[in-house]
Design a protein around this ligand. Structure first.
Ligand code: GDP
Ligand code: MG
Length: 358
């Protein structure tokens, strides 16, 4: 079965199972109590997954409407596959921010498949397009989208990225998620540069009921982080989320600052930071890609958080990051509420982009 149909079945199936299980629980008797509990747990997970798919659907609306409508127009315009068709398709993909190199590779593969499988009409090509986009992303690799938790606590996650991309908001959203999982969380305000940045993080810490360490504006970020981590050890914290200021305008300064921060972190907690997440704003398109390349040069990035996917019609940027930067996208931001931060899942993403075509 093609991937397209597989994904479609997967998510439609899930919605159905959800209903069935609910009915079953209602008719259970007392001696089925244990079974019922297990089912309730499974049920809860299915429900969570269904909710998550909904967040993807909603957050990718702009991209879906843009992308799918263009593909449908193209299908209506050309019934047969011609060179003009290929050229227009190429343009649509590039306009969706998929990235020129990725699109070129994609077009090569598509052309080959059209030849090999003797495909003549345009309509049957849409499924193959979805299929190939998925293949490009997965590319024989195991996609690591989970946070690397340390064996011994605390796990330290450092957030980097330029101003305004959504670092502080993402930290708050992630803190909330971790709290819900029953973890003890601390937020550390390493962005001492911008006025109000520390206060913003402190307010979030209060709201999600996390511990907080910060200092006055202009304080040395490395020393704030040192204090934070020392306290995190004393307070038996599970996960420490560290905010930083991202002044990429001056690469040397930023590199020095991040080096110093990393040194201090490693000194207090061996092997830390366990994750360095680069936050990128999806609405900045190719600019975001160049930010990722620059940050990759100056520090060891272990994952990317792509925010504001809900605010762009060019959701293809996820694919461009994989191809051009080679760092896995671990989380995506699909809106401004805490539930809108989602672990990145390529299947849900593809479904969210193409569900109207399925
Ligand atoms: N629509 C949308 N807005 C977001 C998302 N993530 C962050 N924002 C908004 O982006 C703005 C800047 O966020 P902030 O966390 O202060 O950025 P920072 O400077 O990197 O710390 C805020 O108004 C956030 O509400 C997202 O996924 N979707
Ligand atoms: Mg901030």
């Amino acid at each position: 079965m093609r991937l397209f149909s597989k994904i479609k079945n997967m998510f439609k199936q899930e919605a159905k199972t959800d209903v069935k299980k609910e009915e079953k629980i209602e008719i259970s008797t007392e001696n089925e109590e244990v079974e019922q509990k297990i089912e309730a747990k499974e049920d809860n997970e299915t429900k969570k997954n269904v909710e998550s798919v909904k967040v993807y659907e909603k957050g990718l609306t702009k991209s879906r409407e843009n992308f799918v409508s263009k593909l449908i127009n193209l299908t209506n315009k050309y019934h047969k596959i011609t060179e003009d068709y290929f050229e227009e398709l190429e343009e649509i993909l590039i306009m969706a921010d998929i990235g020129v190199n990725t699109v070129m590779d994609f077009m090569d593969r598509l052309r080959k498949r059209v030849k090999q499988e003797h495909i003549e009409d345009v309509a049957s090509l849409n499924e193959i397009i979805v299929d190939e986009l998925f293949i490009i992303y997965v590319n024989d690799e195991v996609i690591v989208n989970k946070i690397n938790f340390a064996k011994e606590k605390p796990t330290v996650v450092l957030f980097v990225g330029v101003n305004g991309v959504g670092k502080t908001t993402t930290i708050a959203k992630l803190a909330e998620k971790l709290k819900q999982e029953g973890k003890k969380v601390m937020l550390v305000a390493g962005d001492t540069f911008r006025a109000g940045a520390t206060k913003q993080l402190e307010e979030w810490a209060n709201r999600v009921d996390a511990s907080f360490v910060g200092a006055h504006e202009g304080a040395d970020p490395a020393s704030v982080i040192y204090d934070g981590l020392t306290r995190a050890k004393e307070e038996n914290i599970d996960v420490v989320l560290i905010d930083t200021a991202g002044r990429l305008q001056n690469k040397t300064n930023l590199m020095n600052e991040l080096e110093k921060i990393n040194r201090v972190i490693g000194k207090v907690i061996e092997g830390a930071p366990h994750e360095t997440l680069l936050v990128i704003d999806a609405t900045t398109g190719q600019n975001g890609i160049s930010q990722a390349k620059s940050f990759k040069e100056i520090t060891n990035i272990t994952g990317i958080v792509l925010t504001k996917l809900d605010g762009t019609a060019k959701g293809g940027i996820v694919l461009a990051i994989k191809e051009n930067v080679g760092i896995p996208v671990k989380y995506i931001g699909l809106g401004e509420t805490k539930d809108d931060l989602q672990v990145f899942d390529i299947e849900k993403y593809i479904y969210g982009l193409f569900k109207d075509m399925m």
